[in-house]
Design a protein around this ligand. Structure first.
Ligand code: THU
Length: 140
C-alpha cells in the first residue's frame, strides 16, 4: 500500500530518478522522490544548463511536478546523490512553502542507499521567510 510506503522504497525511487540527471558540468547526480499524504510519489532530477545559474535542483523539479499535478500535502522526500547531501538553501525555502515542520527529509548516497540519514524540515530551515502581507495588497 503506497500510503505505508517505507523509506527504502522511496529511496529506491529517488535512486532511479538520479539516473535521468542532466549534469554534464558538475557530474554530480541528484534524484528526489517526494511522497504525498495520499501516497503518490513524484520524482525529479537535477537539470543543469550551460548558463550555470539556470540549473534546477532535483528537489525542486520533483516538487514542481507534484504542484503541477495538483498535490499540496507532502510527508517525506528522499534525496539520493553522488555523495550524501542535504538540500541546498534555495530548495529548503521552496519546500518550506508547502510542507509542515515535521516533514521528513531522507538523504543518502547513490552507492549506499540503505545507509541513509533522516532530518525534519524544522531543523533544516528554522525561521523560513514568510511574506506576511501576501495577498493583502499592502506594502506598509
Ligand atoms: N543539486 C541538487 O540537485 N540539489 C541540491 O540540493 C544541491 C545541488 C544539484 C545542482 C547541480 O546540478 C549539482 O547538484 C551541483 O551543484
Amino acid at each position: 500500500m503506497w500510503l505505508h510506503m517505507d523509506d527504502l522504497a522511496l529511496i529506491e525511487m529517488a535512486r532511479n530518478a538520479a539516473q535521468q540527471a542532466h549534469c554534464p558540468y558538475s557530474r554530480f547526480r541528484v534524484g528526489a522522490a517526494l511522497l504525498t499524504d495520499d501516497g503518490r510519489v513524484f520524482t525529479g532530477c537535477n537539470v543543469e544548463n550551460a548558463a550555470y545559474s539556470l540549473t534546477l535542483c532535483a528537489e525542486r523539479t520533483a516538487l514542481c511536478s507534484a504542484i503541477a499535478a495538483g498535490c499540496r500535502q507532502f510527508v517525506t522526500i528522499a534525496i539520493l546523490a553522488s555523495h550524501t547531501a542535504t538540500p541546498c538553501g534555495a530548495c529548503r525555502q521552496v519546500l518550506a512553502e508547502f510542507v509542515p515542520p515535521e516533514f521528513r527529509v531522507l538523504v543518502a548516497s547513490l552507492e549506499r542507499p540503505a545507509d541513509y540519514q533522516v532530518f525534519i524540515m524544522a531543523d533544516l530551515l528554522p525561521h523560513q521567510f514568510v511574506l506576511q502581507n501576501n495577498g493583502t495588497g499592502s506594502n506598509a
